[in-house]
Write a protein that binds this ligand. Structure first.
Ligand code: SF4
Ligand code: SF4
Length: 252
């Protein structure tokens, strides 16, 4: 384990968030408590990791704090710092962006891969679980991200277990792969913190079974293959880590 996951230094720039996604713990953190990691602090932690481990990639995520613009600027600042000190290090980013300009800024700063999450295959579920976010806008930004980062360098999480069917997931994965985006299937996790918000947004979620996880991972692999895509082109963040969910081409 390097930082958060094996062989990668994966940093959460700020776990707090101004948005209110029902499955996420970030909105429940105290906004007045400053938890952000400065670029200097991250670079110190990264140097320490590199001196002690074989670090294969650096990844960044963050909640949105202040505004979307200022959060993207935080990513840009830290990505530039990593890129200037480690010219060959793969860098992955998982920001919330609201314009093509944000995506271009992150690429220009030195990021190699970007993850923009659609979160659920169905707009009606999205509107219940992510009331502050823009479902159609994210689909448009995924196309922009493929233009800027390239096919197979854009990933999008789809959480399953929130009332969608396998066929909803199949349609969303087909749509993603047809534009060059790698879908990242994530089983819903419930815990003592998010279960109350989830129940009020979508009722009692039906637990994800191992059989469904296997069936969906097979489906994910066959759709990726059909479109000439593979998770092997993604060398940062969750596809490379593989700790939480099944990753086609690596686990099966
Ligand atoms: S935008 Fe991301 S960090 Fe913020 S509440 Fe939604 S899932 Fe959580
Ligand atoms: S799979 Fe993704 S969320 Fe899970 S530990 Fe790895 S990097 Fe973190």
């Amino acid at each position: 384990m390097v930082r958060h996951c094996p062989e990668q230094a994966f940093f959460n720039l700020d776990p707090r968030c101004i948005f209110h996604c029902a499955y996420c713990n970030s909105p429940l953190l105290d906004m007045s408590e400053d938890k952000h990691l400065s670029t200097e602090k991250i670079m110190d932690m990264l140097r320490e990791s590199v001196s002690e481990h074989d670090v294969k990639a650096v990844s960044f995520t963050s909640g949105v704090v202040g505004s979307v613009d200022s959060t993207v600027e935080r990513f840009v600042d830290v990505v530039k710092a990593v890129r200037s000190e480690y010219p060959n290090m793969p860098i992955g980013v998982e920001p919330y962006v609201s314009s093509r300009g944000h995506i271009e800024m992150l690429k220009a700063a030195g990021a190699d891969e970007i993850k923009l999450n659609i979160e659920t295959p169905r707009k009606d579920i999205f509107e219940r679980v992510c009331p502050d976010l823009d479902y159609d806008g994210i689909w448009g930004l995924l196309e922009d991200a493929v233009d800027v980062f390239g096919k197979g360098r854009v990933i999008s999480n789809i959480i399953y277990g929130m009332g969608e069917s396998d066929s909803d997931l199949e349609d969303a994965m087909e749509k993603m792969c047809s534009i060059g985006v790698i879908p990242g299937l994530r089983a819903l996790r419930t815990n003592g913190i998010n279960s109350e918000q989830l129940t009020s947004a979508i009722g009692h979620p039906e637990p994800v079974t191992p059989a469904r996880a296997m069936r969906l991972a097979d489906m994910q692999k066959s759709i990726l293959s059909k479109h000439g895509l593979s998770t092997l082109t993604s060398v940062t963040m969750c596809m490379e880590c593989g700790c939480c969910d099944l990753v086609p081409f690596r686990d099966l």
